[in-house]
Design a protein around this ligand. Structure first.
Ligand code: GH3
Ligand code: MG
Ligand code: MG
Length: 353
């Protein structure tokens, strides 16, 4: 088995279920019995012959004796490859291929044509319709097996690469400890929301959250316990937000929330709900003895007509957070934007859960 290893800086487990200690994309050895090949031919003799050869190659097989039957079977059985006779009486192999390639569910299934001749015009047409290869009758068993294997391997590699890219894209957006958006991804989403709000003159608010005296948690109970508090805090906050709110880790023990379509007053209500949720989590008796210190301070502000970029709003939230710390922590402080907020269609009732 060949493997590509992607090491990541944080070796702790990720809530999303990926082991980050070693992110492995396994490229497994080619195993024919893991692949299903659909053979389509109107001549029973050909079906038998191709079937026998594929059996020898250890592939799983399924058969259709005309085009309509093949088109019915494909969505149900999702074969990995199709060996398709070019000349068939009801609808031709070319027509079948065209229909398969038009359907998003079947367009990535490789099609190899079986042709009675190597008539160049037919073959060019077959490729134009999306075929990946052709085999001219009469053919030898090794030739058929070699072409089938070649295209299955190619498809398999493409699929693995696609999966790997999807997974890496997700990891690049995610904070490994808590599973929420990392700062970069949050900024991308928040910038989009800022542009949207400007265009539609709608409002949104931002909460900048900092856990209080968090260093004490680490110093008293150790870094691992600190991590568990961060995870537990994130879970509480997450449970109290709407699905459309953007929640991210700003860094360390700091978090950030963007509340779309939410004016300042409603954001204060949300902030209080989060603050209270976290405070009462640590007051829960079994947890209290272990983590008695976890409360949080929250800076609250919203997007105003004079805000020309997101940074100015975040800076204001930071000032508000600073004031919350100064006033004794475990509280939210709101600073209204300079000038007016954009009018928002929502009110604080929308925020209640
Ligand atoms: P304040 O109320 O003023 O915010 O005090 P604080 O102790 O929370 O602030 P300070 O900035 O002094 O300390 C932040 C602490 O957060 C120190 C740092 O080790 C800890 N921390 C940051 N990120 C993590 C993390 O991922 N895991 C753990 N366990 N601790 C972290
Ligand atoms: Mg801090
Ligand atoms: Mg802190």
């Amino acid at each position: 088995m060949n493997e590509f290893h992607f090491s990541t800086p944080n070796s702790d487990s990720e809530p999303g279920g990926d082991s980050l200690e070693l992110y492995t994309i396994g490229v497994q050895e080619f195993q024919p019995d893991q692949f299903l090949v659909l053979v389509v031919d109107d001549a029973v003799g050909n079906l038998n012959l191709v079937g026998r050869i594929l059996d020898q190659g250890n592939y799983k097989t399924i058969f259709a004796s005309h085009g309509v039957q093949a088109l019915e079977q494909v969505p149900m059985v999702q074969p990995d490859l199709i060996v398709l006779d070019l000349m068939m009486p009801d609808i031709s192999g070319l027509e079948v291929c065209k229909k398969l390639k038009r359907n998003p569910k079947s367009k990535n299934i490789p099609v190899i044509f079986l042709t009675a001749s190597d008539n160049k015009k037919d073959l060019v047409e077959a490729f134009a319709y999306g075929a990946v290869d052709y085999i001219t009758k009469p053919f030898s068993a090794p030739e058929l097996l070699a072409r089938v294997k070649n295209h299955l391997e190619l498809k398999h590699s493409r699929d693995l690469l696609k999966q790997a890219i999807t997974k890496l894209e997700r990891l690049a957006k995610t904070d490994p400890l808590t599973g929420i958006s990392n700062r970069r991804h949050w900024m991308t989403l928040a910038n989009q929301e800022f542009k949207r709000a400007q265009r539609y003159e709608s409002s949104f608010s931002i909460l900048l959250i900092d856990l209080d005296h968090f260093k004490t948690v680490n110093d008293t109970y150790g870094h691992h316990a600190g991590d568990q508090v961060l995870i537990a805090t994130v879970r509480v906050i997450q449970s109290k937000l709407r699905q459309q709110d953007f929640f991210g880790r700003w860094g360390g023990e700091e978090f950030v929330v963007l509340l779309p379509e939410t004016p300042l007053e409603a954001a204060e209500t949300v902030a209080e709900r989060l603050r209270f949720g976290v405070e009462t989590l640590v007051k829960d008796p079994p947890v209290e003895q272990v983590y008695p210190f976890t409360t949080m301070s929250i800076g609250i502000t919203s997007c105003g007509v004079k805000d020309i970029n997101l940074d100015s709003i975040i800076q204001r939230a930071d000032q508000a957070l600073y004031q919350a710390k100064e006033k004794g922590r475990n509280q939210g402080v709101a600073i209204a934007p300079h000038g007016l907020e954009y009018l928002s269609p929502t009110n604080s009732d929308n925020q209640s859960r």
